[in-house]
Design a protein around this ligand. Structure first.
Ligand SMILES: O=C(O)CCC(=O)C(=O)O
Length: 271
């Protein structure tokens, strides 16, 4: 693999962009890093997916299919790529994403930390990422202030799976009710039925651009029907969460934990 390009690429946001994010719950920008860095990120990305890095520990799996199924993966995902390639935290992309996230959340930079995951929509059959709020995946015991920065490494179009957002949905009082894809708690991916999709705004962007969305903003990406894969690197930035007075009810999280525990006990040798 070639060395990481070290030329700095700095991005700032205008007052209009900051206001747009705060009012609408999402923002799209043309560039967050250089073409050269995108090239390097593609090499890292392809290495992680083609070697299924982290599969044994559960850091590589199909977000849209049952755990450890042996079929075609519709939404393969790698969690925590920065553990394997710590240089990912040194990139212009990561530095811009963290700094801009702090500005969007109106937080001091030192209070904001984050990490990433990568989602691949394979050419021709990459599945939909159904409507959801990211916070639906997070601990119900905590109050979260966070956002995601979505960086496509290929052109993200309506046909390849760009993100769509419901404006102002970040203002929802709490996380909406979610369920697992196919109503199967062994599928990690979540979906909510509480969406008026006619309000959606699609945000097609080129490789090296980025979209930002609040952890309660409803978002979706269509299946990839093109003959080119759609690679995306998502970094999530947040302040330290604070404890809720009482945990929120998130039955879908409990259902997944129970289903996984049951699966594990079945796999254990019986004495
Ligand atoms: O890349 C995708 O298809 C979906 C990404 C997503 O849901 C997210 O960034 O929260």
């Amino acid at each position: 693999m070639r060395p990481r390009p070290d030329a700095e690429f700095d991005v700032t946001l205008t007052d209009e962009q900051l206001a747009h994010y705060r009012e609408q719950g999402y923002l799209s920008i043309d560039r967050i890093t250089s073409d050269e860095e995108v090239e390097w990120l593609r090499e890292v990305y392809d290495h992680l997916f083609s070697n299924r890095v982290g599969e044994e520990e559960g850091a590589y799996f199909d977000l849209g299919g049952r755990r450890a199924h042996g079929g075609k993966e519709v939404l393969p995902q790698v969690l925590g790529p920065e553990r394997v390639f710590p240089e990912l935290r040194e990139t212009s992309h990561f530095r811009n994403a963290r700094r801009l996230s702090a500005a969007l959340m109106e937080l001091p930079l030192d209070d904001v930390n984050g990490g990433g995951h990568m989602i691949l929509k394979p050419a021709g059959y990459g599945g939909a990422t159904p409507w959801h709020q990211d916070e639906a995946y997070w601990s119900p015991a905590m109050l979260h202030a966070g956002l995601s920065v979505w960086l496509p490494l290929d052109p993200a179009t309506l046909d390849s799976g760009c993100l769509h957002f419901i404006p102002k949905s970040h203002l929802s009082e709490d996380v909406l009710e979610h369920r697992h894809i196919d109503d199967d708690p062994l599928v990690h991916g979540l979906v909510t039925d509480h969406v008026d999709a006619s309000q959606a705004v699609a945000c097609p962007i080129d490789a090296g651009g980025a979209t930002f969305h609040h952890c309660r903003t409803l978002h979706y990406a269509a299946p990839n029907t093109t003959n080119r894969e759609r690679r995306a690197y998502i970094t999530v930035f947040s302040a330290q969460p604070t404890k809720r007075e009482a945990p929120a009810a998130r039955p879908w999280i409990d259902a997944e934990a129970e289903a996984l525990a049951k699966l594990e006990s079945l796999a254990r040798p019986q004495s």
